[in-house]
Design a protein around this ligand. Structure first.
Ligand code: CA
Length: 231
């Protein structure tokens, strides 16, 4: 399970310790020491998870967490707050601001990794190795196999990732920009119509078992993967 993780922490020693551990675990690490830098990095590439220090120079981590939740683009990105404070009220404030979890300094790298894994499993199941099943369609991220009603289906790597995201986020409408953020990640030079091309290929790949009907075009909005097909 490899993800892109943004670390927003102004203390260099702590930031590097975290970054080294994340890299060692196979994650791609983006580093920022304040909210301004974090904003610049997020504009270029939407991370899969943000580790956010509470006490930052300028805008606080708490205020930034609130802003991330209010912004349509960053709304779904899991956030773990790093805090030196142990007070109950601070933890409540952090969770109310939209943080998914918090971890109190000092923490062990082992604890940090366990928290990250738990939050990703809960909030971003498309990044985990868990098998997914919807209406007879089974996707296995480990073996990279896809079957529909027991029949093997072939997709390209991008269609496979796209389908994985859809299956783990069924019934929700996603715009082309959101899909680029979620499935392509670093997409500064990718055009929106690229999404349509891959949707077409994905539907074609799912046609043999009729599962292509689960992918709905929502006019003016984007695409939605439905659990049940209405005829
Ligand atoms: Ca700090």
């Amino acid at each position: 399970m490899s993800s892109t993780i943004l670390v927003v922490e102004d203390e260099p020693a702590i930031r590097e310790l975290i970054a080294v551990n994340l890299s060692f675990a196979g994650h791609k690490v983006l580093r920022a020491d304040d909210v301004g830098q974090a904003d610049t990095l997020i504009r270029a590439e939407l991370p899969d998870l943000i580790l956010l220090d509470w006490m930052l120079p300028g805008m606080s981590g708490l205020a930034f967490a609130r802003r991330l939740r209010a912004d349509n683009r960053t709304r779904l990105v899991p956030v773990i707050m790093l805090t030196a404070k142990g007070a109950e009220q601070d933890k409540i404030d952090g969770l109310e601001a939209g943080a998914d979890d918090y971890i109190t300094k000092p923490f062990s790298p082992k604890e940090l990794m366990a928290r990250i894994k738990a939050v990703l499993r809960r909030r971003a199941p498309q990044l985990t190795d868990d098998m997914t099943e919807v209406a007879g369609l089974i996707l296995d991220p480990v073996s990279h196999r896809l079957t529909g009603n027991g029949l093997a289906l072939n997709t390209g790597p991008t269609e496979f990732r796209l389908l994985h995201f859809f299956m783990t986020h069924a019934e929700r409408v996603f715009s082309r920009t959101q899909l680029l953020d979620q499935v392509w990640g670093d997409h500064v030079f990718v055009e929106e119509r690229t999404v349509d091309v891959h949707i077409r290929r994905l539907r074609k790949a799912l046609e043999p078992t009729g599962h292509d009907r689960h992918i709905e075009t929502v006019r003016g909005s984007g695409y939605r993967f439905t659990r049940e097909v209405t005829l």
